[in-house]
Design a protein around this ligand. Structure first.
Ligand code: HEC
Ligand code: HEC
Length: 394
């Protein structure tokens, strides 16, 4: 591939969208829409795009809140706080799987309905609310820009949450299961979004080779525009198996941000990487993995019981996605290996801000499927125990 001269920032800018559409076939271009055709590209039915999603949501918000918020606010029974205040609309937009390109695939219509296993109130129990929700989800789906071309290494666009985001790379390549990029998002102004603490998480078996990642903003109903600074243009980095490392300088400010937009992330290249150290270590070197724990005894005494009670059920092998992200399958037999995995998710400078806790805090907005059933006391007990070990790791 003539990558270096083809992968030009100019190609990424929406002002070039029309030109790109006609000459993109063999180019390693990322983050473009498949439709082509500049502004109005989504107006498939001919009319101009009208973003009435927010209005429709506001109209049904009181009924939805009455039916669902008791369990779906932070600390609610549902472990899925998609109706968090102060802004329930932003909260619901960023909940994974609620606003989908095909509205019929929304978790609201596939999960919170009779017969799908939902513990709480079902939407189809109230046909008028159900109809309003469908109308709203349909409006939101129209605001989702057409997916990128097949074969380009670009992740599906997602609505970031203000806080910790973890983006998995498996949609690019099945062999990247569990490999993720994490960052903390905060809004600087209405038109700029700061991403900091950008880090790559590999798994025990899969490293990552990444070249030129590009973030892009997908405003509702408009063509996406790439990071105007092309912050990672020179980046070509390899991350060994079982490690965490900063992505470039680890910080990025998107000055093309728009309220309620989605984020896209594409790459010139993102592929599994096998380091020689990794293959040796996996084979049977046993003992210390790179980044292993120094105080396994304290881990065993303080963290192991808490992890066994709350996390092993999914992270011990039963749930492939969970185990790829954080592998606790060796917890009982070889706690040193499990400790190294857990250590990867710890922020030693500020233990309370560890990913381990942010993702499972029932009061937080992270999209993790387990939050202690909304029980803040149980979460604090877990955090306290695990923190005893964190503080004993040198
Ligand atoms: C009485 C508590 C309760 C109420 C009320 C409730 N839910 Fe739930 N909901 C749960 C629980 C508990 C779960 C976790 C999985 C399960 O047990 O179904 C859940 C899970 C969900 C999920 C899956 C989230 C995910 O990310 O996997 C969706 C979607 C959902 N609920 C939608 C709704 C909607 C919409 C309403 C209102 C019409 C509602 N729920 C009302 C208890 C409730
Ligand atoms: C109901 C299943 C389930 C349980 C129980 C569970 N997890 Fe997870 N966890 C997952 C899944 C699935 C993922 C993979 C990524 C995703 O879909 O968010 C994950 C990912 C993670 C991650 C990676 C970061 C992220 O947000 O993706 C961390 C850290 C984590 N879990 C910690 C924990 C801890 C700590 C516990 C116990 C207190 C726990 N998990 C219990 C299912 C679970």
């Amino acid at each position: 591939m003539r990558a270096s001269n083809l992968f030009r920032l100019g190609l990424l800018l929406s002002s070039m969208a029309a030109a790109v559409a006609s000459c993109s076939k063999d180019e390693p271009f990322v983050l473009q829409t498949s439709g082509g055709g500049g502004a109005g590209g989504n107006g498939g039915e001919g009319g101009a795009f009208v973003d009435n999603g927010k209005l429709l949501f506001e109209a049904l918000e009181p009924d939805l809140t009455a039916a669902c918020a008791s369990c779906h606010e932070p600390n609610g029974l549902g472990d899925a706080p998609f109706l968090a205040l102060p802004d329930r609309y932003s909260s619901v937009l960023s909940w994974p799987g609620v606003v989908t390109a095909d509205p019929q695939q929304s978790l609201f219509l596939t999960y919170s309905v009779a017969g799908a296993g939902h513990t709480g109130t079902n939407l189809d129990g109230d046909p008028s609310l159900m109809a309003k929700v469908e109308e709203w989800l349909t409006a939101e789906s129209k605001a989702i820009v057409a997916p990128v071309e097949e074969g380009t290494p670009t992740l599906p666009a997602f609505t970031p949450i203000l806080g910790l985001n973890v983006v998995y790379l498996a949609p690019l390549d099945k062999d990247l299961e569990g490999v993720a990029i994490a960052f903390t998002a905060s809004k600087l102004t209405e038109t700029s979004l700061k991403l900091e603490g950008l880090e790559v998480y590999t798994t025990a078996t899969t490293g990552l080779h990444v070249v030129h990642p590009v973030f892009a903003v997908y405003p509702k109903g408009e063509d996406p525009t790439a990071d105007p600074a092309d912050s990672f243009s020179g980046l070509d980095a390899r991350f060994d198996e079982g490690t965490v490392g900063p992505l470039g300088v680890g910080t990025l400010i998107l000055t093309n941000w728009k309220a309620e937009a989605k984020l896209g992330l594409g790459f010139e290249l993102a592929e599994p990487y096998v380091s020689s150290a990794g293959t040796g270590g996996m084979g049977g070197g046993g003992g210390t993995v790179e980044g292993g724990c120094a105080d396994v005894a304290s881990f065993d005494a303080n963290a192991l019981p808490a992890l066994t009670n709350s996390c092993v059920n999914c992270h011990g092998g039963n749930n492939g996605q969970a185990t790829a992200a954080l592998d606790l399958s060796d917890l009982a037999n070889n706690s040193g290996a499990a400790c190294a995995q857990v250590k990867n998710r710890v922020n030693f400078g500020n233990p309370q801000a560890s990913q381990l806790f942010i993702t499972t805090d029932p009061g937080g907005n992270a999209g993790h499927p387990f939050k202690f059933g909304g029980n803040a006391g149980a979460f604090q007990g877990f955090r306290d125990n695990v923190t005893v070990w964190i503080e004993s790791e040198p």
